[in-house]
Design a protein around this ligand. Structure first.
Ligand code: MG
Length: 210
């Protein structure tokens, strides 16, 4: 009978409450060109997409000149770094969940639409980097989420089958990627839902049903 052997975590909105930092950083960069986006639009349309994708959408929808993408992207990453460095802190619930899962032999991975440098910084600041066997960023795939490529290649790298894996995701783009990979899913509403009890309850539920 297959058992859950690995837990794959999205980063933003799951392990790191970075939604506001991404929003603020992008807006700080866009405001240089009078192109701010509203918090509502960000939550409904842009959240969870890589910055490059968000900029492409702004070009299509609002005529942001394409020549500015590279520049805005660079400034946005710089602002994200500053905000993450100042605001990212270890969270007891996450420390506890990851250390317990790790000591029980679960293999832990993170898959995020962020850049590798951002993942390094946030996981270091949150003091959870050492729990992961590896993580995949948007630089490790051709297509970011909602394409399932990231989860498919992580599961392949783990040398497991999708039904031995549980994915934690918080938003539409990530959930679509997770479902399409064939793995099991735990949808969380916020980083506070990511705790040892919720994860083990979901694993037991899956294993009972198999
Ligand atoms: Mg997310």
């Amino acid at each position: 009978m297959p058992k859950i052997k690995a837990v794959l975590f999205d980063m933003d909105g799951v392990l790191i409450d970075a939604k506001d930092w991404h929003y603020e950083a992008l807006n700080m960069a866009l405001s240089l060109f009078g192109m701010e986006i509203s918090r509502y639009d960000h939550l409904v349309t842009y959240d969870g997409l890589p910055t490059k994708k968000k900029l492409e959408m702004l070009t299509l929808e609002r005529g942001l000149p394409e020549q500015l993408h590279h520049f805005i992207n660079d400034i946005k990453q710089e602002f994200t770094f500053q905000l993450a460095y100042a605001k990212c802190r270890p969270t007891f619930n996450h420390q506890y969940a990851l250390s317990q899962l790790h000591s029980k032999g679960y293999r832990l991975v993170s898959c995020s639409n962020s850049m590798r440098k951002t993942m390094d910084l946030m996981f270091e600041r949150a003091a959870i980097k050492s729990y992961f066997e590896f993580y995949l960023s948007n630089e490790d795939v051709k297509e970011p989420k909602p394409n399932p490529e990231m989860y498919v290649s992580a599961i392949r790298k783990l040398n497991l089958s999708p039904d031995e894996c549980l994915i934690l995701e918080d938003n539409e783009n990530g959930i679509r990627a997770a479902k399409a990979s064939g793995a099991h899913l735990l949808t969380v509403a916020s980083t506070q839902d990511v705790n040892f009890e919720n994860i083990t309850t979901r694993i037991q539920e899956i294993e009972r049903a198999l």
